[in-house]
Design a protein around this ligand. Structure first.
Ligand code: BTN
Length: 250
């Protein structure tokens, strides 16, 4: 197949583990039952106790123009779309995407909550770029989460279906990723944008985007062909590449 999966009991972080294997071929996957130093976006930690989640990273190379930094800016959105489509293929309804890299779940009996996250780290290579694509999904909700979280087990309980085991989820995500990453490398994020926006949690809603030293409120118009977030303010449409997005009730 196109993937070469290395399953570990534990490691510090599957992203770091792959980064220590610069010679690994494209398609190498490291999956760990537990991580001692799981990493999130913007320096946050990703808690991964044994058995509670599916945590893995995929190394993928983009050759030639497909590896240019401006082409790769929409990669974490493309990956989110692949995860959403994989979960849908397993019969899980209500998966939503939050810019730039969160997987949310809208279930009938609970508020919109985070089901998983994506951490993409890219580096330039002589012939293009290499991306380490890290994905963490909650299979079971942690016992004492600091914020509302969603888990696949809850989604399935609500739907009256048996939760898929982690191997099934991993296989489904890898199979979607193979297709989505091909499309992304060939045609860029533009080709995936309609499917992403169809699952966008905050489309046409009032949002607030906070940066390290900034704060922007407005109506979220979605994303552009490069994956930048579009916010309509009184003064026009602004394009954003970084920040933390939240919903802002009117
Ligand atoms: C986020 O929500 O900020 C992103 C979380 C990404 C977590 C995954 S778990 C597998 C991979 N290894 C890591 O250390 N992080 C990613």
């Amino acid at each position: 197949g196109r993937f070469d999966v290395d399953a570990l009991d534990h490691c510090d972080s599957t992203n770091l583990e792959l980064a220590r294997r610069p010679q690994a071929p494209s398609g190498t996957v490291v999956v760990a039952d537990a991580q001692s130093a799981g990493r999130g976006r913007r320096g946050r930690t990703w808690v991964s106790p044994p058995g509670a989640g599916l945590t893995f990273s995929l190394l993928w190379r983009f050759n030639g123009p497909a590896g240019r930094p401006e082409r790769l800016s929409g990669l974490s959105l493309a990956v989110g779309l692949a995860v959403a489509q994989a979960l849908e293929s397993l019969g899980i309804a209500g998966v939503r995407l939050k810019w730039p890299n969160d997987i949310l779940l809208q279930s009938t009996d609970a508020p919109l909550a985070k089901l998983g996250g994506i951490l993409v780290e890219t580096s330039l290579e002589r012939s293009g770029a290499a991306a380490i694509i890290g994905i963490g999904l909650n299979l079971e909700a942690p016992p004492d989460p600091g914020q509302p979280v969603a888990a696949l087990a809850d989604a399935c309980r609500a739907a009256g279906t048996a939760p898929p085991d982690r191997h099934t989820v991993l296989a489904a995500v890898l199979s979607e990723l193979a297709q989505v990453l091909d499309t992304f490398a060939r045609d860029g994020f533009a080709a995936l944008r309609p499917a992403w926006e169809a699952r966008h949690a905050y489309q046409q809603q009032r949002v607030c985007l906070t940066g390290e030293h900034s704060r922007q409120e407005g109506c979220c118009l979605g994303v552009d062909d490069s994956g930048a977030l579009l916010i309509e303010t009184g003064a026009g449409t602004e394009r954003h590449l970084v920040g933390d997005l939240s919903l802002r009730p009117a």
